[in-house]
Write a protein that binds this ligand. Structure first.
Ligand code: ADP
Length: 274
């Protein structure tokens, strides 16, 4: 793995306004994401997942340690040197469909980030290509967000990220709150995009079934530290670490054969544009 994006021994300590209380959100975490790799970041609430994500997005600095993109240290303030990074690393937020402005057309929504990042070329063509990549018809370009379905909006949100031509997608609970068919559709689409475009995906989730369906391996965070890492299927069938075991036993599970069959079904339907 070439470690396209990596956090190396990062610490993040939050200090209260008065400087009296501190919270150690991350305590010496190392993680990397490579092209084509699908890795899950799992952990219970408060384990440090969001904090790590904001460091990987260069939204804030680690208290100690470094975040590197293609070997170069990423600093939130070095804006001029950040353009390749801003293009290559795209974020898919939780509830991404809801974050789309309902008054904008699909074309505006997909091309807006291209304009803001100063990406040259034919933006309409890039938008059409991105819609095709997420199996949406080109006829949606002129529609407003308010005029399309929730499932289509979810795919528009992914098209928006894909149009930029990223190398890595950081997805924060992209399927939580979705009904099961839509959740499976989004997972199968992310898997397909990763395979076809050699995209690295870091899936931040507490949904172990989603993690297993999409990812090769997982990193388990527990109280700001990496408690466990490895093949996600092995981890789930025979958890070795207490933190992994707690996660595995704390949620209702879908048998893996059933999950595979559902994803295959939705891969076919997505390709057919349904
Ligand atoms: P997760 O995403 O896994 O739920 P977080 O990264 O949000 O975990 O939080 C990790 C720890 O850091 C928690 O104890 C949380 O309360 C604390 N924390 C997160 N952000 C802040 C902040 N801005 N100020 C103080 N403490 C914070």
């Amino acid at each position: 793995c070439d470690g396209l994006l990596e956090a190396i021994d990062v610490h993040r300590i939050f200090t209260s306004h008065h400087g009296r209380d501190t919270v150690t959100a991350l305590d010496g975490v190392s993680i990397s994401i490579c092209a084509g790799q699908r890795r899950a970041l799992i952990g219970s609430s408060g384990s440090g997942k969001s904090t790590l994500l904001s460091l990987l997005l260069a939204a804030e600095r680690p208290t100690r340690g470094t975040v590197r993109f293609q070997g170069e240290v990423i600093e939130p303030r070095k804006a001029s040197r950040m353009r390749p990074f801003r293009r290559a690393v795209q974020f898919i937020p939780q509830d991404c469909a809801a974050s789309l402005d309902p008054r904008m057309t699909i074309e505006e929504l997909v091309t807006d980030p291209l304009r803001r990042l100063g990406i040259p070329g034919d933006h309409r063509h890039a938008a059409l290509q991105a819609l095709e990549n997420v199996h949406l018809p080109s006829s949606l370009l002129g529609r407003k967000r308010a005029e399309i379905s929730g499932g289509q909006a979810q795919r528009v949100a992914i098209a928006r990220a894909v149009a930029i031509g990223p190398k890595i997608l950081l997805a924060d609970e992209p399927v939580s709150g979705l009904d099961l068919p839509l959740r499976d559709q989004v997972l199968s689409l992310l898997r397909e995009l990763s395979l076809e475009q050699h995209l690295g995906v870091l899936l931040v989730t507490h949904d172990l079934d989603a993690a297993r369906a999409l990812c090769h391996d997982a990193v388990v965070l527990d109280r700001g530290q990496v408690a466990d890492r490895g093949d996600i299927r092995d981890m789930m069938s025979d958890p070795q670490h207490p933190a992994t075991s707690r996660l595995v036993h704390s949620m209702p599970r879908i048998p893996s054969e059933l999950m595979e069959a559902r994803l295959a079904h939705h891969a076919d339907r997505t390709r057919e544009g349904k």
